[in-house]
Structures are given as structure tokens and as C-alpha cells.
Design a protein around this ligand. Structure first.
Ligand SMILES: C[S@@+](CC[C@H](N)C(=O)[O-])C[C@H]1O[C@@H](n2cnc3c(N)ncnc32)[C@H](O)[C@@H]1O
Ligand code: SF4
Ligand code: SF4
Length: 372
């Protein structure tokens, strides 16, 4: 159990807790060896050291190219300061990494970039399927690449779970949030994808830029009965980021839409959900591999210096990589306290105020239409 006494302790008192108390914040899945959390601390070792036979999730950044320039995307911001490189992950690097991963529940073929722009995208999907290691293969897309036939052919891979990113269906608001959006293309792909991909949902990022339009967007998508996953924007711009009152309003809008469309599956991503003083588990459950083949703790820390440039595509086994001293050092200090990037991260459960239960994963595709 990771709840109880320790979970009720305010986050501010984290530094006062003992190592045993700190470990109580981690879910059983992490403590029982799903995670990659190895640390030299004896208590941490005892709790987190069992051999890792499987991984819950892994995210591979297959490309950093994109055909959009979304205002709050890390790529857009880094391009503005001249710190972005457009690269496709070479096929051989991808295959070396896939070959060494343990069986993994979910693989996300995406980082910051448009995955469908990878010139070998279909081959990457096929390799992942043929490896037999992944229960499901996920990616988000802006849906503005290729022709309908290309997307339709992709539908043959039953393991695919596809999310179309839609912040608004109104042309002006969509352009404000996701620059490059053609509202007619987006709407047409939304309708195509719901027929092509049995496991399809919409990924909607809510911010002050699209808050006024949220209800209308949800009603339109709800009319197609495509499930929607709502995520809160990560931004340091006060004109963009949601304030507590805005979050409460999002909840109200969703409640109203759910009442009117009871079959419509709309759910919040985990960082919308309060979890008291629990710690983020992304470094254990969802590590990230950059397009250059470096391991990082999570999709919000995509700079290779997080783990001091630990490579994933070298000759070492997965267990050797995750027990690299540079990873151990970082994990040990992470368990002790949130590092600086976590302090402003909206995925950090310690910084969450909203409350809403997330439905079980199996409900999330409830209502996903395989036919028009
Ligand atoms: C980085 S994109 C990569 C995949 C693809 N290019 C797309 O946009 O769907 C993955 C997801 O992150 C979301 N996203 C982008 N910037 C974000 C931000 N600042 N905060 C939260 N989500 C963001 C996008 O809307 C998208 O659903
Ligand atoms: S489409 Fe995706 S990767 Fe491209 S700029 Fe927008 S959020 Fe970033
Ligand atoms: S809080 Fe954010 S930055 Fe920190 S580990 Fe979790 S996802 Fe990464």
C-alpha cells in the first residue's frame, strides 16, 4: 500500500521523512520491480532492486521533425532560441533499442516531433509488432501528414493505439493553440481515424487559450463518440497556464457534457487528479529515450544531461543501463527530493489541486467507434 499515514503528509514535509516513509509513497508496481529505480541507499535497494522482468511503459522519440509550430511545444520554444535539431532516429538505432527492451506493456513511438513524419514509420510499427514485446503501440499525431490511403493501411496493426491531438476544432482557436492546423483536415482525419483505428482517442490539451471553446469542442467530438483524454498544458506563461479556478471550470464543463452525452468517454490524464502528497512515478514507469539514443527520466525531461548522457543504444543490456551509476545517482536524489524540473512540472502530483477520479484503463476506449 502506498496510501495511509505517509500519503496524508503535506509535500512540504518530504525532507523530514525517513527513507522508509519516502518509499511508502511509491506504488506497489514500482516497489515490486516494474520500475527502473535502483539506488545505492540500502533501504531503497531492498525495496526497488528486484530484477526487472517487464516494463510498464517506454517512450522512444523517433523523430524531432514536425510540420506544426504549436505555441507551447518544447520544440517551438527551443527553435526560437536556436537550440533544436531536426533528426529522425536511424532504423538500426531503433532496432537495437527495441531488441534490448524487456517485455513492455505500452511503447510510445513519439517524443517531441510528429511521429508520422519518420520516413520509415510503418516499418518502425511493423518491427515493434514483430518483436512481440509490446501489448500496445501508441503514438499521438497532428494528423496532417500523408494521404487517407496511408493512414488506412496503418489500421492493419491491431496493437496500435492512436491519439489525434485536437485542442479546438475552431480554425482561429486551433491555430492559436496548434499553429499549422487546418480545421477541415483535422475534422476529416478525426472521422477517418475513428473508422480505421479500433483503438483511437483524441488528446486534448486544455489551457487558457482554448478554455472558452472547450465545451463546443467536446460536444463535437462527443457527437462522433470518440473518447477524449484531457491534459493540462505545461507552460510558464500565466496567460496560458490554467489557474485553480480554471481547473474547477474544466471539471464543471466536463460534468455537464458527460450528463448530456452519457456514452461519451471523456477522462482526465493522471496529472489532473489529486493524489495528496504522492510522488511522480514517471522515472520508474515511463522512462524516455531521446532521438539521439539517450535515456532520460521522463517525457518532461528530454535533455540527455538529466542522466549525464547515459546511452541506450550501446552494447550493454537493459539491466546494465538502468543500473549505470549515473542513473543510480539521479534516482537516489530524486527519491530524496524533487529535482528542479519537477518543481515547475504540471505532471507532478505534488502540485495538483483538482480532484477527479480517472476511470480504469479498460473504460478509456469505451465507445470508441470502429465504424461510422
Ligand atoms: C509533443 S506532441 C508529439 C506528437 C504530435 N506531434 C502531436 O502533436 O500529437 C505530444 C502531445 O503533447 C501535447 N503537448 C504539446 N505541448 C504541450 C504542452 N506545453 N503541455 C502539455 N501538452 C503538450 C500535444 O498536444 C500532443 O498531444
Ligand atoms: S504537432 Fe506536436 S510536435 Fe509538432 S509542434 Fe505541435 S505539439 Fe509539437
Ligand atoms: S514531475 Fe515531471 S519532470 Fe518530474 S519526474 Fe515527473 S514528469 Fe518528470
Amino acid at each position: 500500500m502506498d496510501t495511509g499515514e505517509a500519503a496524508a503528509t503535506p509535500a512540504a514535509e518530504w525532507s523530514d521523512l525517513s527513507a522508509e516513509q519516502k518509499l511508502r509513497f511509491y506504488p506497489d508496481a514500482v516497489r515490486s520491480g516494474f520500475g527502473m529505480g535502483y539506488a545505492p541507499n540500502a533501504i531503497v535497494n531492498e525495496q526497488l532492486m528486484p530484477p526487472m522482468l517487464s516494463l510498464q511503459a517506454m517512450q522512444l522519440e523517433i523523430t524531432t521533425w514536425c510540420n506544426f509550430a504549436c505555441r507551447e511545444c518544447q520544440r517551438t520554444k527551443l527553435i526560437e532560441v536556436g537550440q533544436w535539431k531536426n533528426i529522425h532516429m536511424p532504423l538500426d538505432r531503433y532496432q537495437r533499442i527495441v531488441a534490448k527492451l524487456p517485455p513492455t506493456e505500452r511503447i510510445f513511438l513519439q517524443g517531441v516531433g510528429e511521429p508520422s513524419m519518420h520516413p520509415n514509420f510503418v516499418e518502425l510499427v511493423r518491427s515493434a509488432v514483430e518483436s512481440g514485446k509490446f501489448k500496445s503501440i501508441h503514438f499521438n499525431t497532428n494528423g496532417h501528414t500523408h494521404d487517407d490511403a496511408w493512414w488506412t493501411a496503418l489500421g492493419q496493426y491491431a496493437q496500435l493505439v492512436v491519439a489525434l491531438s485536437v485542442d479546438s476544432l475552431d480554425p482561429v482557436i486551433a491555430e492559436r493553440c496548434r499553429s499549422g492546423t487546418k480545421a477541415d483536415v483535422l475534422w476529416s482525419r478525426l472521422q477517418l481515424f475513428r473508422t480505421v483505428f479500433p483503438r483511437f482517442n483524441v488528446a486534448l490539451v486544455v489551457s487558457r487559450l482554448n478554455l472558452n471553446d472547450l465545451e463546443q469542442t467536446l460536444r463535437k467530438i462527443g457527437g462522433l463518440n470518440v473518447p477524449v483524454s484531457i491534459t493540462k498544458i505545461i507552460s510558464d506563461d500565466p496567460d496560458v497556464v490554467l489557474q485553480p479556478d480554471d481547473e474547477a471550470w474544466v471539471m464543471e464543463i466536463v460534468d455537464v457534457v458527460r450528463r448530456d452525452l452519457p456514452k461519451f468517454a471523456v477522462y482526465f490524464n493522471r496529472h489532473f487528479i489529486t493524489s495528496g502528497a504522492k510522488r511522480c512515478v514517471s522515472p520508474f514507469l515511463s522512462p524516455f529515450v531521446t532521438v539521439d539514443g539517450y535515456l532520460t527520466p521522463c517525457c518532461a525531461m528530454v535533455e540527455p544531461n538529466a542522466y549525464d548522457f547515459v546511452r541506450v543504444d550501446d552494447e550493454r543490456t537493459w539491466d546494465e543501463i538502468r543500473t549505470d551509476p549515473r542513473v543510480l545517482d539521479w534516482v537516489t536524489s530524486f527519491i530524496d527530493a524533487d529535482p528542479i524540473p519537477c518543481q515547475g512540472c504540471s505532471l507532478n502530483p505534488n502540485q495538483i489541486t483538482a480532484t477527479k477520479a480517472d476511470p480504469p484503463a479498460e473504460d478509456r476506449f469505451r465507445g470508441a467507434a470502429a465504424s461510422p
